[in-house]
Ligand binder design. Structure first.
Ligand code: NAP
Length: 320
């Protein structure tokens, strides 16, 4: 009997109707809909419910919460809502997938899981700058989540790289904690949603380094600052900072599917609104799927769609 932590012992031969890889909004919506449809579903979760939203201080654009909701709480609510109808959760990391055939297999660090269908809800991971010293300084001055690590820089100087909504949100969060925040962006305008522009411009401890990219991390034992390069003039400039928050978007967590499912050039799993991939019985939901808008609400919608098409697939008796 395998004993995947987070639940009762399960027989390695047990075949679930649906194995859901990833416990974010897409994964737990699939679990909720599957459980309500009477499917025997299990969610593989690595760290905490909610995926990326667990790291978001406040979610204001998921309807139904007129005062917004803490991302961690939203993730927990999604899990308990699915569990209320009998969905199971296993705390384990998927290591490899075998997706062809009527019974699919997800190998985890704590034993295999078998399923008639598989829903991949693995989300996305932060993009790195890809400059020397970045990996070594990760957690020692270089960070990828202001909501998680911003508190380490109370009354200190933090720099944020990026010009999207995530970078804007991070800079605003840090401006409430840090003495000084420097936003570094490779263009001369933000791409972030308009709602962030005025508060950022009005914050008296936020400075902007436009048209700038980080050329070098300046370090002793920890990060001490960054050397910037102006992308228009080539001019170099040094900015001292205690922490650097890299907020330049995310990349899909699709490595497990590589070689089995079709991916687009950016690594996203190719699937349309039905969430069906090119292997029958395998579905891709949320940020890991090719789509125009990656939001909590679109991930949740994918989870519901996946169960609809999984039921259709199971009713037809699986692969033909
Ligand atoms: P994003 O919108 O893709 O923005 C990434 C930013 O990083 C861009 O400004 C980009 O510059 C910059 N960048 C990319 N690679 C870079 C590199 N190597 N060096 C320096 N800069 C680099 O990503 P995001 O901000 O993470 O947002 C992702 C999605 O989540 C968006 O749809 C966004 O609307 C959504 N989101 C929503 C909320 C909310 O509603 N509360 C909060 C956060 C995010 P360029 O502009 O030059 O391309």
């Amino acid at each position: 009997m395998a004993n995947l932590s987070g639940g009762e012992a399960v027989s390695p031969e047990h075949i679930y109707d649906m194995v859901i890889v990833g416990g974010g909004p897409g994964g737990y919506t699939a679990a909720l809909y599957a459980a309500r449809a009477g499917l025997d579903a299990v969610v593989l979760e690595r760290l905490a419910a909610g995926g990326q939203i667990a790291l978001t201080q406040r979610v204001d654009n998921y309807p139904g919460f007129d005062q917004g909701i803490d991302g961690y709480a939203l993730g927990e609510n999604m899990r308990s809502g699915a569990q209320r109808f009998g969905a199971k959760t296993r705390m384990a990391e998927a290591k490899s997938l075998t997706l062809s055939g009527a019974v699919k297999r997800v190998d985890t660090g704590e034993g295999p899981l078998l399923g008639r269908t598989v829903v991949l809800a693995t989300g996305a991971v932060p993009r790195e700058l890809g400059i020397p010293g970045e990996r070594e300084l990760a957690g020692q001055g270089v960070h990828y989540c202001a909501a998680c690590d911003g508190m380490f820089y109370r009354d200190k100087t933090a720099a944020v790289v990026g010009g999207g909504s995530s970078a804007a949100e991070d800079a605003l969060l840090l401006s409430r904690v840090c003495r000084r925040v420097v936003l570094i962006h490779r263009r001369d305008t933000l791409r972030a949603e308009k709602v962030y522009h005025a508060p950022l411009m009005e914050a008296d401890n936020v400075e902007f380094c436009w048209d700038s990219e980080v050329a070098e991390l300046l370090r002793g034992e920890r990060l001490q600052g960054v050397r910037l390069r102006n992308v228009k003039t080539g001019e170099a400039r040094t900015v001292g900072c205690d922490g650097l928050f890299v907020s330049i978007g995310r990349k899909p967590a699709s490595e497990l599917a590589r070689g089995q499912l079709r991916l687009d050039p950016g690594g996203y799993i190719l699937a349309d609104e039905s969430t069906r991939t090119d292997i029958p019985g395998v579905f891709a939901v949320g940020d890991v799927r090719t789509k125009a808008l990656r939001q909590i609400i679109t991930a949740a919608a994918d989870g519901a769609a996946a169960v609809h098409y999984a039921q259709e697939y199971l009713a037809q008796g699986g692969p033909s």
